[in-house]
Design a protein around this ligand. Sequence first.
Ligand SMILES: [Zn+2]
Length: 446
Amino acid sequence: MKNISFKLKSLLTAIAMTSAFPNVAEIIPAEQVIKDITYLAADDLEGRASFSPEIDRAANYIAKRFTDIGLQPLSSAKADNQSSSFLQKFTVSQIQPQVLSVTINNANISQGNLAIASTMESVNWQQAGAEVHVINKNDDMRDTLSALNQKGGQHLVIINNAHAKSFHAYQNYFNRGITKLSLEHRGAIVMVLSDVGEINTYNVKASATITEQALTNVVGILPAANTEHGKEIILYSAHYDHLGVTEDGKQIYNGADDDASGTTAIINLAQYYAKQGNNKRSLMFSAFTAEEIGGFGSKYFSQQLNPDNVVAMINIEMIGKPSKFGAGTVWMTGMERSNLGALLNEKLSAQNTEIYQDPYPEQGLFYRSDNATLARLGVPAHSFSSTQLDKDQHYHQTSDDINSLDLSSMHKVIESLAVATQSLVDSTVTPTRIDKAKVRAQGKIY
Ligand SMILES: [Zn+2]
């Protein structure tokens, strides 16, 4: 990074002059915020891709910070050293299709017109074994596939040539293989692009290889100062993985905003509350892996604790640039699903600021981050963000680097969240639970 020391100095001056919460700013030092995000978004970490050696370096950095702050590990599992006890390791399965051959009414279908999404090592359907579906010219292909994915099981889907373009998009996607946290649901969707009207006979053979790959969350806990509400957890989270490098390996997706900014926030919130040392509820800080490739970090994490104990989840995603409501402001997803936003705003009204409602409901952001996994379990789990996603030129681009951020705005958002969530930490408020029945389920196959 060029001229960082010069930039740093001017940033610090800017932050000192504009801090909205002077008392909080003294405890959340701007120098530390900048140091953390500079490390996490540096070229050195090669874009923190899941399964890369560089993401492990990011994990070690976060674990070291948790150690220095004085957090405790989630379990008493034996670890090589204190820092590594914060690492929550698990594996996912990657299913890569190998062979796929299909005949319909005794005619072979060419490879270019076939695709498969499967959690099974082999598929062998001869006139039976699958539910057969036809997607006609005027049917909604995406809706139909998504319904089959939610249902699970084994499906042969004949798709009219009118959908060729979408078919090839799915084909590209499925050809790269699919990743699953668990293979407990065995199912397959075989797609055939064909105008054949009636299916009299079918024959499908497919095989895939399954490999296990390792992933790591970083989780630390600040136990409650006394035991009265100690079982109750306030979860602060962010994802620390990103997209790695471009296909030619020449450019780096630094992911400074997405989501080194949120990761920096949870580290510094941990430091803030640890220094206060009087939290009435237990505070958990989780840096999730593999959000970008399917949210596997939060899925695994959610199975390692009783979600009923999680009073609220503050998931922080992309807070590095001013929101459309102004520098230092933040909005939240799914505000209407619990009263968490209203409770937080009670705290903020004295500061003449507020947490806004997600201004991009059409983007479905509630489902596009790790909060959705916990929300499915009833936790008031929301993402807090300041991205202007409708016009952000840097989103998922190699230009999402530290130079594109407004670190002063980001620092203010962290302060704002520290102030806003104080009543959760103090155990003076308890948000309503999210209605699980109203949270869309995840697909079983892809
Ligand atoms: Zn992203």
